[in-house]
Design a protein around this ligand. Structure first.
Ligand code: NAP
Ligand code: 8YV
Length: 309
C-alpha cells in the first residue's frame, strides 16, 4: 500500500476507490508519516500549505478536486518534479449554470420577491415592484475560457450580446476588449470567471466597478481575490453599482457583515460546482489521475504548467 495525504473533504466514493490502493492519512490529524507520503488529494480552496509540501520529501503528485489551483504553488511543485493535476471541463456546465442563476436572481429580485410572499407583503401591500428583464442584455465575460464559453452558450437563448476581456483575443464570434474598464462601461452585466492568483488579484477594482455603474450587475464565480471586495461593498451601499451576485469571497467562508446586510446582493457559499452529479464527475477525475499516476506515472489532466512533465 502506498500512502496518501488527504487535505479537505472527499466523497465516500472517492474514499472507497482510494482506500483500495492507499493508506489515507488526514492532514488535519497531524501525525502522518511525512516521509512515506507520495500522493496528496486536495481541493481548490485548501490547496497545499507551503510548509506541508516542504515537509513531504517523497511527494510525487498532487491531485486537485477542482479546476482552480491558485492555492497550490505549482512552480515549487514542478521544481521538485511533483506532478499537479486538476479537474477541467467536467464542471463547465454546472459553474455556468451558477453564474446564470446568480444573474437571474439579481435581475428578477428573486430573494426580495420570495421574502415578499413569506412576509405577507403580498396580501398587505399588493404586488411587488417590477424587476428587470434578463432578455437582450449585453454581458461582458472576464475570462473567456472553458467555463466562460459555457456561460456564453447558456445565455444565447436569452438574446444576450456577449463581449469579453482576457489577456489574448480568442477565435470566437464575440467582440474582444483589450481594456477591462472599457468593457465594463459598455455592458449591463459583468461576469468574472478568470483563475485567481497574483495575475488577477483585484483586477475588478474601483475603476471597473464605477465603469459598470448604477444600472450594472457584477457576477463573481471565479475567486474572491479577483474583485476588490471593499470597493464593491462601498459602491453597492452608495448605489454606484446596482447589483452583485457572488459565489466567492476574499476571506471565505468569512463574508463581511456590511455585504450580508445589503439587499442588492445575492450571496452563495462557493457552490459553483456543488451538485451531486458534478462533484461525482470531479471526484472520479481526481481519483483517476491519482490511480493512473500510481500505476504508470502518467496522468489524465495535468495543470498546464505540468503538461510537459
Ligand atoms: P480556463 O479555461 O483556463 O479559462 C480562464 C480564462 O481566464 C482564459 O480565457 C484566460 O485567457 C483568462 N485569464 C487568465 N488570466 C487572466 C488575466 N490575468 N486577465 C484576464 N484574463 C485572464 O479556466 P476555467 O476552467 O474556465 O476556470 C476558470 C476559473 O473559474 C478557475 O480557475 C477557478 O478559479 C474558477 N472556478 C470557480 C468555481 C466555483 O465554484 N465558483 C468552479 C470552477 C472554477 P487568457 O489566457 O487569454 O488571459
Ligand atoms: C470547488 C472550484 O468548490 O473547481 C474550482 O476551481 O472552485 C470548485 O469547483 C473547489 O475546488 C473546492 O473543492
Amino acid at each position: 500500500m502506498a500512502d496518501l495525504l488527504q487535505i479537505g473533504g472527499i466523497t465516500d466514493v472517492m474514499r472507497d476507490r482510494l482506500e483500495a490502493a492507499f493508506t489515507i492519512h488526514q492532514v488535519s490529524e497531524g501525525n502522518y508519516p511525512a516521509d512515506k507520503i507520495t500522493h496528496v488529494a486536495t481541493n481548490g480552496h485548501d490547496g497545499i500549505p507551503p510548509d506541508v509540501m516542504a515537509g513531504l520529501p517523497n511527494l510525487k503528485m498532487i491531485s486537485c478536486y477542482g479546476v482552480g489551483y491558485d492555492a497550490i504553488d505549482v512552480q515549487a511543485a514542478k521544481a521538485r518534479g511533483i506532478m499537479v493535476t486538476h479537474t477541467p471541463n467536467v464542471l463547465n456546465a454546472e459553474v455556468a449554470t451558477t453564474a446564470v442563476m446568480l444573474m437571474m436572481a439579481c435581475y428578477r429580485e428573486l430573494l426580495r420577491d420570495d421574502a415578499w410572499v413569506r412576509s405577507g407583503n403580498w396580501e398587505e401591500q399588493g404586488n411587488a415592484p417590477l424587476t428587470r428583464s434578463v432578455d437582450n442584455q449585453k454581458v461582458g465575460i472576464l475570462g473567456l475560457g472553458r467555463i466562460g464559453q459555457a456561460i456564453a452558450d447558456k445565455l444565447a437563448p436569452f438574446g444576450t450580446t456577449i463581449v469579453y476581456h482576457s489577456r489574448s483575443a480568442k477565435d470566437v464570434p464575440y467582440t474582444y476588449y483589450a481594456s477591462l474598464p472599457e468593457m465594463a462601461r459598455d455592458v449591463d452585466c459583468l461576469i468574472c470567471i478568470t483563475p485567481g492568483g497574483p495575475a488577477t488579484n483585484k483586477i475588478v477594482n474601483r475603476e471597473v466597478i464605477e465603469a459598470l455603474g448604477p444600472q450594472g450587475t457584477l457576477i463573481n464565480v471565479s475567486r474572491g481575490s479577483v474583485v476588490d471586495e471593499a470597493a464593491l461593498i462601498s459602491a453597492l451601499e452608495e448605489g454606484r453599482v446596482g447589483w452583485a451576485g457572488l459565489d466567492v469571497f476574499e476571506a471565505e467562508p468569512k463574508v463581511p457583515e456590511r455585504l450580508r446586510q445589503l439587499s442588492n446582493v445575492v450571496l452563495l457559499p462557493h457552490v459553483g460546482s456543488a451538485t451531486v452529479e458534478t462533484r461525482a464527475a470531479m471526484g472520479a477525475l481526481t481519483v483517476d489521475n491519482i490511480l493512473r499516476h500510481l500505476d504508470d506515472g502518467t496522468v489524465i489532466s495535468p495543470v498546464p504548467e505540468c503538461a510537459d512533465m
